[in-house]
Structure formats: C-alpha cells, structure tokens
Design a protein around this ligand. Structure first.
Ligand SMILES: [Zn+2]
Length: 311
C-alpha cells in the first residue's frame, strides 16, 4: 500500500492538469466495482462530456475526482494501481489491457491503470467522508452514503498543525476501535484510527517518538497518543510534494537500515516482521527500549533476521 504522501502527490498532479477543465472523455473499459458486490458493472451513464472537473481530492488513501454534474469517481491504488498523465497521442507506459478509467480533457488524459478499486458514485450519493480543509476545490457535500467512511482523520494534511477536532476524534477512535493491548506498530497502520501512515512512516514515527514498536496502546497515555499523531502529521506533511522521503537529516532514521548504526546512538538498528501482515518493522533497541521488561519486540518475533526492506 502506498504511503499517504504518494497519493497526495498524485492528486496534486491530477488536480493541476484536470481541475476547472471540461471533460472530453470518460471511459471505464473494465467496468466499475460495486461496494459489497463481487461483480463489476459496466456503466451506461456517467459524467457528461462538457461537464467541468471540479476537484481532485484525497480521503485517506482514496482518490476522488468530482465532476460538475455531481458524479464522483473513487479509486484506491492498493499495491498495483497507478494514475498517469499523458498528452493526447502520447504512448502509454502500461498496457491498455490494465486500464480501469480514462478521464480526458482537451489537453490531458488521466489514465488509471490496474487499480483494484474503482467506484463511480452517482450524483445522488456523494462520498460520505468529511471534507478536509486542505483539499482542492469546493467543500464536498457530506452524506452517509458510499465511500470510505471507516477511515480516521487524515494525517497527510497541509495544515501546520492537526485541528483539535481531528485529535479528539483520533483519541476517541484509539479508545473505542481497537483493544488496549494492540501494539503501536499495528495501531499506526490501522487506517480506521487515522490515515496516511504506511509501513515506512510507521517505523519512522516510532523512532521519532522514542517508542518501542511492541509497546501496547495501554502503556501510552493520551498525551503520548497526541504526540504520536502530531509526529506522524509532521513527518508526512514535511514530505508532501517530495519524491525522496526525509524524516531526519540524511534520510530515514531507521527504516531500511537493519544492522546499520542508529543515527543517534550508534546501536545497530533491528528489524522484525510484525503484525497480522508480517510487515517489516525497524527500531533502535537503545533509543526505543521495551515499555516494560520482558515485552521486547525481539522476544515476541522469532526468526525474523535482517533482510531487504520492503513488504
Ligand atoms: Zn539509538
């Protein structure tokens, strides 16, 4: 799954090319997904040619394109999808057989390849996620209909600090949506609590906070939870619009650095596969000691030696 900053970068590029322009082409050769259904549908109606492309927005890891006549296209890239921009006539860099959606204007074709999730919402059913002030375009209508409602507040917003309402919502979700013995590395990836943190930032946020990845939520009070959200927001925001991720001078603090010296104390960085999806987790055992004796990450995850970053 891409990090939240990747999807924001894509949205910014699409917005620059499409927003305010008249739609000249809208194709979905492989149909659209229907929430809750296994089969895709081939649309017989959709945004009308000539309608203005009003906004390109990010909600968590979903990318929404809003059309002036009320239609909303919702895509999620997961591991396989990508949006490309082409000039008319330019050669496409991925096979036409993997095209999910084409959104065209006189000047640009935005082509979505291989996205596992592409839903077209009719004008009567606006996506139900709350608007974020950093989003491009007019504020959407909020309705309890299709869309990624389960997502927590977006930590990838350009605002200098997280709004207090978002922080309160995050604290509420942390108390009510997951058990208190949930490990911090698992909680950080749970997009229902807050969204934007992927596997790279998970390790980086914990390193910046000096917290061991195995620490259970129960050991972390509201003040520290606020701090974690603020750190995640700060790191993600600092990387919006960049292609190389930098969280500390020189690059990343721990991610991808197994066996190499901690940039602060020189202790070799450790790595283990953790959580339900066995994702790579990196930490400095000295700067991020276990929250209590016997709760060390290494003790819990056996046989996960150094390996290439990723997963
Ligand atoms: Zn260290």
């Amino acid at each position: 799954m891409p990090e939240g900053d990747t999807i924001h970068r894509t949205a910014a590029r699409l917005a620059g090319a499409l927003m305010g322009r008249a739609l000249t082409r809208f194709d979905a050769p492989r149909g659209f997904d229907r929430p809750g259904a296994r089969r895709r549908t081939t649309p017989t109606v959709g945004p009308t040619p000539g309608t203005v492309i009003e906004a390109v927005e990010v909600r968590g890891k979903y990318l929404l394109i809003r059309f002036g006549d009320g239609w909303v296209l919702e895509t999620h890239m997961k591991m396989t999808g990508s949006w490309h921009l082409y000039r008319p006539g330019e050669r496409w860099r991925r096979p036409p057989s993997t095209v999910r959606v084409v959104v065209g204007t006189d000047e640009w074709l935005a082509v979505c390849f291989a996205a596992p999730h592409a839903v077209l919402h009719p004008p009567s059913a606006r996506p139900r996620v709350a608007p974020s002030p950093g989003a491009a375009g007019p504020a959407p209508v909020v309705r309890p209909e299709p869309g990624p409602t389960h997502l927590g507040p977006d930590l990838c917003r350009p605002d200098p600090s997280l709004p207090e309402a978002d922080v309160a919502e995050i604290l509420h979700r942390l108390r009510t949506l997951v058990p208190s013995d949930t490990r911090l590395d698992t909680a950080l990836l749970d997009q229902r609590l807050f969204c934007g943190v992927g596997n790279v930032y998970k390790s980086e946020v914990l390193a910046a906070a000096g917290l061991n990845p195995a620490t259970p939520l129960a050991a972390v009070g509201d003040d520290e939870r606020r701090q974690l959200a603020a750190i995640a927001h700060r790191l993600l925001r600092a990387n919006l619009g960049r292609t190389d991720r930098v969280t500390v001078p020189g690059g990343l603090a721990v991610y991808g650095r197994a066996g190499r010296p901690c940039r602060r104390c020189g202790t070799p960085v450790e790595r283990a596969l953790t959580g339900p999806h066995h994702r790579s987790t990196y930490w400095c055992p000295a700067c991020q000691p276990p929250a209590s004796p016997g709760m060390g990450l290494s003790a819990q995850v056996k046989g996960a030696g150094p390996a290439a970053p990723g997963k």
